[in-house]
Design a protein around this ligand. Structure first.
Ligand code: SF4
Ligand code: SF4
Ligand code: SF4
Length: 501
């Protein structure tokens, strides 16, 4: 038997005084970490199989289980952490690329946590959002270059196609296949109820969800899975995915084991075949090529849908955004390097890309400097965690934000970071029918809707505190921001002053 050098990261601790042998934990763990022994009639566990998803602990009726960080340590130092040593053991055993899920966990600065918001005190008094009207609606898309009148002097409606949101938040791309049918239904229904949009990701669209089209962004990625004219026409906007924050510069891979039943139908590929998205779009090698695709999609949908181009935040992101703004796209979506994903090579996820805050501020400034800011709207994504992050992103120049991990957490995700294994105990990142059933879409939709409502209230409160009654007045309003604990260069890129100035 091969030696397993790795000590489990977590320990399952069962309080046998509380355990009533109901075996709920055994049934709930798809990783088979709990096992009932007929003799001596008790549950035992295999810590090595546990991914710390908290399902068993949450559902144990007597609160008999807790999961703790393993106390076992290597003789670590700054250079050789236990994590680094374990990764080498894993690669030495498998010979393969390390895979991970969700966002970058490394210790890079989170700039949102170093930015604080202003509040009015004496002059320009605060506004009470419970008594005064507060406008959180936003409209995304290109603004008309000029006002035109017809021969009788009436204003011509030359507004390019746009999307309207009740608040500056949308659900980011998560494909049917990477997440379950019930997760998609929850997202679609919550988007409709909250007056925002969700995004199909690159997996095509299940026919059951065409009815949510007004609240749907349909994505066109390099694999072109499930893209046909009915699909393009079914959404309110079309997104070309050039890149993704969690894995900039590389393609995607959904294993054939997940391409089953309706997923194969929605993606228009045979059951069991791997869904491989190439790193580049094979017809796009320049901004001119991108422009061709933007206009092909507009032409195909009779110029009725705004086109979004999504890119990962990388070193030269401001120049790329400037090119996209000139390509005919209506909206640019930028995805920062803390963004989540169902599966990414660990090295790419943790070492490629830049923080969304710096990318966003840089793009907003460059588009303004070049006089083309009104050509496009900007969506920022990549680990927006709270309504405060939303407000800060808007003040840094975003028209709206994308959220994904926060939405999954609202659905019950416990950030165990094992989506790539396909055995999500919470019924989200899985296609195993018994696991999918665990996410009740009625409850999922309600929880997402609640989250959006709560955030909207908080956004209004923060706006009111700043004496602002319209989210549009906050856009790019860096006077409302101050930095703490940042150096001159960071403040310069963000375009904000230090606290106390
Ligand atoms: S769910 Fe809790 S009470 Fe039931 S067998 Fe497991 S540990 Fe014991
Ligand atoms: S993987 Fe989840 S359900 Fe299984 S033992 Fe660990 S915490 Fe419990
Ligand atoms: S979606 Fe599921 S598998 Fe993925 S991190 Fe969340 S709980 Fe874990």
């Amino acid at each position: 038997m091969a030696l397993n050098y790795i000590y489990p990261d977590y320990e399952l601790v069962r309080n046998y005084d509380r355990c009533i042998n109901c075996r709920v934990c055994e049934r709930q763990c798809a990783n088979e970490a709990h096992e009932y022994l007929e003799e001596p009639k008790k549950l035992v566990c295999d810590d090595a199989k546990c991914v710390n998803c908290h399902r068993c602990a949450a559902l144990c009726p007597t609160r008999a289980i807790k999961i703790i960080k393993s106390g076992s340590t290597y003789k670590e130092n700054k250079n050789w952490s236990g994590k680094t040593i374990n990764e080498i053991y894993r690669q030495a055993a498998s010979g393969g690329v390390l895979l991970s899920s969700m966002g970058n966990p490394e210790d890079y600065p989170v700039y949102f946590d170093k930015i604080i918001l202003n509040a009015s005190q004496v002059t320009n008094p605060p506004i009470d959002p419970l008594r005064e009207p507060m406008e959180t609606r936003v409209s995304l898309g290109a603004k008309p270059q000029n006002i035109e009148r017809d021969s009788s002097g009436r204003l011509k409606n030359n507004l390019p196609p746009r999307i309207s949101l009740s608040m500056p938040v949308m659900f980011s791309a998560m494909s049917y296949g990477s997440v379950s049918y019930n997760a998609h239904e929850s997202l679609a229904r919550a988007a409709e109820a909250a007056g925002i949009l969700y995004n199909t990701g690159e997996g095509g669209l299940h026919e059951d969800f065409y009815k949510y089209g007004r609240n749907t962004i349909v994505q066109v990625a390099s694999g072109r899975f499930g893209v046909h004219i009915g699909y393009l026409n079914s959404g309110a906007a079309i997104e070309i995915k050039m890149g993704q924050g969690a894995k900039p510069g590389i393609g995607g891979h959904l294993p054939g084991t997940k391409i089953v039943g309706d997923i194969s139908k929605a993606r228009m590929i045979p059951e069991g075949s791997d869904a491989i998205s190439p790193a580049p779009h094979h017809d796009i090698y320049s901004i001119e090529d991108l422009r061709q695709l933007v206009y092909s999609l507009k032409e195909a949908t009779e110029y009725k849908k705004p086109v979004i181009v999504k890119i990962a935040a990388v070193h030269n992101v401001t120049a790329i955004a400037s090119g996209i703004a000139r390509s005919g796209a209506d909206i640019i979506a930028i995805d920062g390097f803390r963004g989540g994903t169902g599966a990414a090579p660990t090295r790419i996820r943790d070492h490629v890309g830049i923080p969304i805050e710096l990318a966003l501020a840089g793009i907003d400034r460059r588009l303004r400097d070049e006089g083309i800011r009104d050509n496009v709207s900007v969506i920022a994504g990549g680990s927006i965690r709270s309504s405060a992050d939303v407000v800060k992103a808007v003040a840094l120049g975003a028209d709206a934000v994308y959220i994904a991990s926060a939405a999954l957490i609202a659905l019950g995700c416990h950030l165990c970071r094992s989506c790539h294994a396909g055995k999500c105990n919470w019924g989200i990142a899985t296609q195993v029918p018994e696991l999918v059933k665990r996410l009740n879409p009625d409850l999922g939709y309600e929880r997402l809707f609640n989250l959006m409502n709560a955030w909207k209230h908080e956004i209004k409160e923060m706006m009111g505190g700043m004496g602002i009654n319209s989210i549009e007045s906050l856009k790019g309003n860096r006077l409302m921001l101050r930095g703490v604990g940042m150096n001159e260069k960071e403040l310069e890129i963000l375009g904000i002053k230090h606290a106390g100035e």
